[in-house]
Design a protein around this ligand. Sequence first.
Ligand code: GLU
Length: 525
Amino acid sequence: MTESNVRVRFAPSPTGPLHIGGVRTALYNYLFARQNGGKLIFRIEDTDSTRFVPGAEDYIIEAFNWLGIKFDEGVSFGGEYGPYRQSERKDIYKKYVQQLIDADKAYIAFDTPEELDKKRAEIENFQYDASTRMQMCNSLTLAKDEVEKRISEGHQYVVRFKIEPGRDVHVDDIIRGDVSINTSVLDDKVLFKSADQLPTYHLANIVDDHLMKITHVIRGEEWLPSAPLHVLLYEAFGWTDTMPRFAHLPLLLKPVGNGKLSKRDGDKLGFPVFPLEWHDPKSGDVSSGYREQGYLPQAVINFLALLGWNPGTDQEILSLDEMVKLFDLSKCSKAGARFDYVKAAWFNHQYLLKQDAMDWTPEFDKILRANGIQSTPEKEAQVVEMMKMKVIEYVDKENNKKKRNVSFVSDLWPLTKFFFVAPDVYDTEDKFVRKNWKKSENEEECTSTMMKQLLAIIEKVDDFSVDGLKAVVDAWAEESGARPWNAWRVALVGAGQGPDMYELSAFLGKEETMKRIESAISQLG
Ligand code: GLU
């Protein structure tokens, strides 16, 4: 891909953990930048000091690190347009605020919160705009020296953008087409607050898009209402030639019901809405993360990429390179994308299967250790190989019995316990055990008689591998008509689950296999 002038940004406000929708926004920016040979910028929009949450910025950086989304410039990445943290750009914004005031495109307003409340009570649906601004306390209604006096006396003020009513503003949106909004519905947005000497989101976001030469603003649909202001401020500053194009991405919707995806949905249905676990510094609450739940980053990326876009074919498994090739911003859907968390687990299953069994073992080993078991990566990988295609049964948060493929390494433990621990008591109430371990007056018909014969046979097997065992046992079964497999399973597993008996016995070794069969004979009779 050749270099281009495409420059996009992901510009979170560090007000908490990054929502999974924000991850999708960053991903689409990333795909767009890569496929155009452009640059992706990471900007921190931290001008609202009241909403600042310590740790949020580091969390966001760590999340993208884990996900493998790389930025070209920005906070922690550097670049020639920095600083990229807005709280470090105070002086820059002040200059631009002054420029608007001098050009009579913005004005200073002294209205106190009490005065504003009074107006709201007085005027129904009060809005600070062309219809009301001349009744308010601002530099349009006060004499010039009065304004100066108030400022020098330290009165707090805000700077408001003077929006002229009655004009249609057009936003050129790649996904939504021409979106037009009449300026009469807009209020005179606050651009700057004297109290903390900081600009608001509106001003900082737009000034930085200009200074950082942003060519495309790709962000969530919830920001669409801010787009006309973007256009108007670019005009007010005389930057129309470099106006970015917009793409407002579809909302992520609840898995069930109406409305947008929230953390509550995740809590209720049992899926994370954050990439990493988040420890709230204030409340101490812990919210689950995709990483800690056992998701692979590639699976999360693949799942998110298809929420709002698809390649137009049935292909669902896409590498990052393929996504870069196929992604088409103009083909993103306008309608919201339902958050199908069951599908997320399916993607993880697919990506786990792509891995080598050895890659599962660090995580699997941790789980085994937590259950008091010491094994080796080689043994663990063998178990993974035997069990990764099994289906697990589970009870979801709404108490429904469900089945799914092994989708997380942690799914393995309940499926594989018997590889590492012998059944201590055989459950004679278990249907499978009852059905496959028979007692009878006639010794000939007793399962234990057949199992004693099996013991005698396998004791003599020298090559205790799958093939070695199979050759000997199959020959005996053929000749004698014995069908030992289910009872054998009872002895080794204690239930109707697990892999092929030859595989399991070879894994356990001769000694352990015989021990379990002997123990079943003595317990079940
Ligand atoms: N700081 C805004 C946010 O938190 C950025 C919105 C935009 O991309 O313009 O998402």
